[in-house]
Structures are given as structure tokens and as C-alpha cells.
Write a protein that binds this ligand. Structure first.
Ligand SMILES: [Zn+2]
Length: 241
């Protein structure tokens, strides 16, 4: 079924309410729609892990967080770029950010990420991850902020608000964390754990294209709401893939 939702001065949240109650979830932007670029906004997107560091591993399919984080990072990048926001990615392939495998290759990787982010002049940083836990029943996306940083907490709340509106199982509390990628970088940053690869059901969903779109679109809405940007695609259209 194809459908079109005209957007005029309605926020992402309202769009998703319509979506949730009536139409399904997957959207792609009509690239013929006119956009007004928010001038000077840069967002850094960090796809967690890479190279030898595969991160969490899917309990049923064995998919790695390393590979899945890239898929989400690319989708989020596209939503932001379509609005005219400049995006800087720390990585866009499966490789880590280190040249050779030394004892401290993970630290080298993290330092290189921080350098890319700090040299980008980005105002916002979103680090994409997938969670895991020994109890396989644990599920749901969750947002983490930099301990003691009120701006980071507000950004986390903004993203969480959209996630909880669109995903029944998204965690309603944002949590403070002591993370290198947040502590050592200049932009207002958060970590989004998109779901649990240790939960077989969620592992499957996280590999579903429409589910990924819905998740990334929600993160996108959380970011632009925080920035106070009205989606300026006044004549824009969204349609089902
Ligand atoms: Zn991770």
C-alpha cells in the first residue's frame, strides 16, 4: 500500500503517532521535496566497535554489533543529510580505527574516534551501539548521557522521548555513564543502545530494514527536536518504501 503524509508544521512526534495508529512504520524521504538547510549544524555519528572488536554478537544469527552499527549509522546519516545537516562519521566500513593490532589497539581506536569528532566542529555526537545481557529477556533501546553534563542529559531525554513514543519497549529512563567517547569529546554527546542482540526476538527486529528505519528516524527526530529545528520540509512528503 502506498500512501503519502503531507507535512506542514507538524513535528516528528505527530507524524509517528499517525504512523503508529494507522499506517505502518517505514519511511523514506522524497528527495524531490524542497529543503531548507539548517545552516552550520554538524552532527558526528560514531558507529561503535569495528575491526577485531566486534562488540555484541547476535545470540541466534551471530551478527556482530560492529556490522549492524554501520547500517544504523548510515541510515541516521541520510536522514540528517537530507535535512541539510552536515554529518561526520567516525567509520563507514567494518574496519576499526587503528593501523595495527597492538596490545592497546582499542585505546588507539578510541583516540582516533575522538580526534575525528573533535576536529569536526560538530555540535552533537551520537554513538550507535547494540546491547547485550546475560538474561535474554532484557530488551529495548536505551539512551546514555555523559555523567554530570546537563546538555548531554537533555539531548538523551529528547531522543528517549521519541523512542518511547515509537517503541513500546524502549527504556523510559536515560542513564548516566562514564564513557570515553563522551568524556573525551567536545560535542554534546549521547550513546544510543538500539536494542539487545542477546534477545532473539530483538536481534531479529534489529536486522529488519523497516525497524531500522523507524529507529533511525526516531533518533533523528530526537536530535532535531533538541536543536530546536523544525523540519523545514514544509512541502515535503514521506512515503512508504
Ligand atoms: Zn557497543
Amino acid at each position: 500500500m502506498n500512501y503519502i503524509v503531507k507535512r506542514k508544521m507538524i513535528g516528528c512526534f505527530a507524524v509517528f503517532l499517525i504512523v503508529i495508529f494507522g499506517f505502518g512504520f517505514a519511511f523514506t524521504k522524497d528527495l524531490t521535496a524542497s529543503t531548507t538547510a539548517p545552516i552550520g549544524i554538524t552532527v558526528a555519528i560514531d558507529a561503535g566497535h569495528g575491526g577485531l572488536d566486534g562488540g555484541s554478537v547476535g545470540v541466534s544469527t551471530g551478527i556482530t554489533e560492529r556490522d549492524l552499527n554501520i547500517v544504523f549509522a548510515k541510515k541516521l546519516t541520510k536522514y540528517l543529510e537530507d535535512l541539510g545537516i552536515t554529518v561526520v562519521n567516525t567509520r563507514l566500513d567494518k574496519n576499526g580505527l587503528y593501523k595495527e593490532v597492538t596490545d592497546d589497539y582499542k585505546l588507539v581506536d578510541m583516540k582516533n574516534r575522538a580526534d575525528i569528532i573533535n576536529n569536526s566542529n560538530a555540535q552533537i555526537l551520537v554513538s550507535i551501539h547494540m546491547n547485550k545481557f546475560s538474561d535474554q529477556s532484557q530488551n529495548g533501546a536505551q539512551v546514555f548521557f555523559e555523567q554530570g553534563n546537563e546538555d548531554s542529559k537533555n539531548l538523551a531525554e529528547s531522543i528517549k522521548n521519541i523512542l518511547t513514543a515509537n517503541f513500546e519497549n524502549a527504556r523510559k529512563l536515560v542513564l548516566a555513564g562514564d564513557y570515553y567517547i563522551l568524556n573525551e569529546t567536545k560535542p554534546i554527546g549521547v550513546i544510543v543502545e538500539c536494542g539487545f542482540l542477546s534477545n532473539p526476538e530483538e536481534e531479529k527486529l534489529l536486522q529488519n530494514d523497516e525497524y531500522q528505519n523507524k529507529m533511525c528516524y526516531s533518533i533523528y527526530c530526537g536530535i532535531i527536536n533538541y536543536l530546536g529545528i523544525t523540519d523545514t520540509i514544509a512541502e515535503g512528503q514521506y512515503h512508504q518504501i
